[in-house]
Design a protein around this ligand. Structure first.
Ligand SMILES: NC(=O)C1=CN([C@@H]2O[C@H](COP(=O)(O)OP(=O)(O)OC[C@H]3O[C@@H](n4cnc5c(N)ncnc54)[C@H](O)[C@@H]3O)[C@@H](O)[C@H]2O)C=CC1
Ligand SMILES: O=C([O-])CC(=O)C(=O)O
Length: 271
């Protein structure tokens, strides 16, 4: 039997901890060997829940320890890891903060030239299978409308030119309308899904995005509409917010876990 591929997880927050736990419990062909955390002391309890004993490394050293590096960091910490991994041939970089792939100019080209494989799992948005097929036949328009409970945006949020307390938002309020690229620049922690849709479809500047803070919804809701020469697809994801980090949908971690399982699966179902 082939040796398992070594996996490192960067960030043990709401998504990273679930991914590490799944790897720890067993994913065929993969072995959790290393993690990076912001504060080793406060991460002790999390690490003690794992059966294996992954080594704890600084972010920039993580790629040396594994063939597969899974990024589950806040966008602000992405570059410490990204700047190292981007030059590494033969590794696989699995990304949660997908928006950062758009924000860092030249990153995708640099990675391609170096020979780094990048995987952006579907995360919190469904419908990428259809989007990829529609791209083959000929895309005409792609739009994403995201609605989240106001509290998902933290205590305060920009509405037009003003910062507004989210506790005071009492009706559905459009926070943003524009391209996927602009949406990530404005809401880097909330709309990675726009980057994922853009990368699978019409690109960062031709993918339309709206973001709404809506006290009428409990779920993080993403409506993806795809028009192509093959017809129209409308896919609505209504995701429970993660209990630990309500900005993120709970399903996101499991999308990453499913993508990792698929890497070594003999049967691949879905586009
Ligand atoms: N692709 C998608 O569909 C989605 C992506 N996301 C994105 O995924 C990323 C992770 O999300 P969550 O796990 O919910 O965030 P989180 O805030 O719960 O976890 C981030 C973790 O990274 C750790 N961290 C911060 N700086 C670090 C450093 N220098 N070294 C090591 N660890 C460090 C923090 O301590 C925290 O444990 C975020 O960028 C989020 O916006 C979230 C939801 C959906
Ligand atoms: O989890 C979600 O529903 C979407 C999200 O935060 C993101 O794309 O960054």
């Amino acid at each position: 039997m082939a040796e398992p591929l070594r996996v490192a997880v960067a960030g043990l927050g709401s998504i990273g901890m679930r991914v590490a736990t799944a790897l720890d419990q067993g994913v065929d062909g993969l072995q959790l060997v290393a993690v990076a955390v912001r504060d080793v002391r406060s991460a002790g309890a999390r690490l003690s829940g794992l059966r294996s004993s992954p080594v704890v490394l600084p972010l920039a050293e993580l790629p040396d320890a594994a063939e597969i590096v899974v990024e589950c960091l806040p966008p602000s910490a992405f570059s410490t890891l990204g700047d190292v991994v981007v030059n590494l041939s033969g590794k696989t970089f699995v990304v949660a903060s997908v928006g950062q792939l758009l924000m860092r100019e030249g990153f995708l080209d640099q990675a391609r030239i170096a020979g780094l494989r990048i995987m952006a799992p579907s995360g919190a948005v469904a419908g990428l299978d259809g989007l990829r097929a529609a791209r083959e036949i000929g895309l005409e328009a792609v739009s994403l409308k995201t609605r989240k409970p106001p509290s998902s945006f933290g205590e305060g949020v920009m509405v037009g030119e003003k910062t507004v307390a989210t506790s005071g938002i009492d009706k559905a309020t459009r926070l943003f309308s524009g391209s996927a690229r602009q949406s990530i620049a404005a809401f880097p922690k909330n709309i990675n899904v726009a980057a994922t849709v853009a990368l699978a479809g019409l690109g960062a500047d031709r993918t339309s995005v709206e973001i709404w803070a809506d006290p009428g919804v409990f779920m993080n809701t993403h409506e993806l509409t795809i028009r192509s020469k093959g017809g129209t697809l409308k896919v609505v994801s209504e995701n429970l917010p993660d209990e630990e980090n309500p900005k993120s949908s709970a399903i996101t971690a499991y999308s990453i876990i499913a993508a990792l399982r698929r890497m070594n699966s003999a049967l691949s179902v879905g586009t």
